[in-house]
Design a protein around this ligand. Structure first.
Ligand code: GLY
Length: 393
């Protein structure tokens, strides 16, 4: 132990967290020529592992979150180029599917919700096409006959989050990044500046800066003053994976989502026959258990929209934690601790926002400033508040 604690490796940057955000940051930073270490005991096994991979800024819209919408639209537009570059660099496909999204409503209440969302989307100049239930069923014949209305968003696509994360790891490693399969125990500092990361085995990595991309677990790190920790909380999502046998394909041709008696549910069909059904949104701390109630609710509601679903093999149930921030928007950029950069808070949009975030972090390291599109999501928007509150106490 004593020997290990004296080992020191030096990198320009350490990225804590090897999910989609951390790996994307590592890739872009390594492309810029930095010596990068990604620290994660199990890369790609956190929230990215559960993600359905919807690239859906328009259908994921929430009123009052227009800034996230703009960032998401920009990210969605750049996605095909990002995918092309990543597939080329990694040599593996990431399952990008430009399939569009159909939102459906089951009863009058669900239909009213759908109308309200469509109104908001149109007010913001977004492209959405209102359909009758019959028109929706023409697009997706396996929809329940009782579907009341639907809305088609042709620009909301999908990618396979697991393939994406795996490809990012390969691309980052090929660009020179090193993946260290350990947990980060602490950030080390001297004179209020980051000097490195101490791992759970006592090893120290000396680094010029640390990118904190540990999702919902960003708060769980010694050595960082409270005001520099990004204010993220775990938002649990339970999600199911079913398999569409070849004889039943395509089953669904695009993402189908809706509210069923007030509960949101989505079904994301992959080209390879995987069908992802999600997701719950629960706030109860660091709990990753799959519950019978959630599996029941997801299957009940998905079945209400697509009754044939009960014929499919259920192959997986997973629970992971999204990193939610106080305003549900990303938390990116310099923090109150010199040399500590946040890249978290992506909540329901981590897959979509991975590359815009990584480019912003790389630009910050290169030029010293966040690019304008990321400025509204700067981490210090919360620090100012925390410091003011601190001063008032
Ligand atoms: N973006 C879908 C989810 O977080 O469940």
């Amino acid at each position: 132990v004593r020997l290990q604690s004296m080992q020191v490796s030096a990198y320009d940057l350490a990225v804590i967290g090897g999910g989609v955000i951390g790996l994307a940051c590592a890739w872009r930073l390594a492309q810029d020529g930095a010596a990068v270490a990604v620290i994660d005991p199990a890369p790609g096994q956190g929230a990215s592992y559960a993600a359905a991979g919807m690239l859906a800024p328009v259908t994921e819209i929430h009123s009052g979150e227009e800034a996230v919408l703009r960032l998401g639209l920009e990210a969605a537009e750049r996605y095909p180029a990002f995918v092309a570059e990543l597939e080329q660099s990694s040599g593996s496909a990431v399952g990008y599917r430009a399939c569009g999204t159909l939102t459906v409503a089951l009863d009058a209440g669900d239909s009213a919700v759908l109308d309200d969302v469509a109104d908001l989307q149109r007010r913001l100049g977004l492209r959405v096409q209102a359909l009758t239930g019959r028109e929706g069923r023409r697009l997706e014949p396996l929809l329940a006959p009782g579907i009341r209305s639907a809305a088609l968003v042709e620009g909301d696509h999908q990618v396979d989050g697991r393939c994406l994360t795996a490809a990012l790891q390969v691309a980052a490693e090929r660009a020179g990044a090193v993946v260290v399969r350990r947990s980060a125990a602490a950030v080390t500092t001297r004179a209020d500046r980051v000097t490195g990361v101490r791992l759970d085995d006592g090893t120290e990595l000396a680094t010029g800066a640390v990118v904190l991309a540990a999702g919902a677990r960003c708060g769980d790190l010694d050595g960082v003053p409270g005001e520099a920790l990004p204010p993220v909380r775990p938002v649990k999502g339970q999600v199911l994976r079913l398999r569409v046998p070849p004889a039943y394909r395509p089953f669904l041709s695009r993402t189908v989502r809706g509210t069923v008696r007030g509960f949101p549910v989505y079904l994301v069909p992959r080209e390879d026959g995987e069908l992802v059904v999600g997701a719950t949104q629960e706030e109860q701390g660091y709990d990753e258990t799959v519950t019978a109630g959630a599996v029941y609710q997801l299957l009940r509601d998905a079945h209400a929209l697509v009754p044939a679903l009960t014929e499919l093999p259920l192959v997986e149930s997973t629970a992971r934690l999204r990193p939610g921030s106080p305003d549900n928007a990303p938390v990116v950029g310099p923090t109150a601790l010199d040399g500590l950069v946040a890249a978290t808070g992506h909540h329901r949009n981590g897959i979509l926002l991975a590359d815009v975030t990584a480019r912003a972090v790389a630009a910050l390291v290169r030029d010293g400033v966040l690019p304008p599109e990321m400025a509204p999501f700067a981490a210090h928007r919360f620090q100012t508040r925390a410091m003011t509150e601190g001063a008032l106490r």
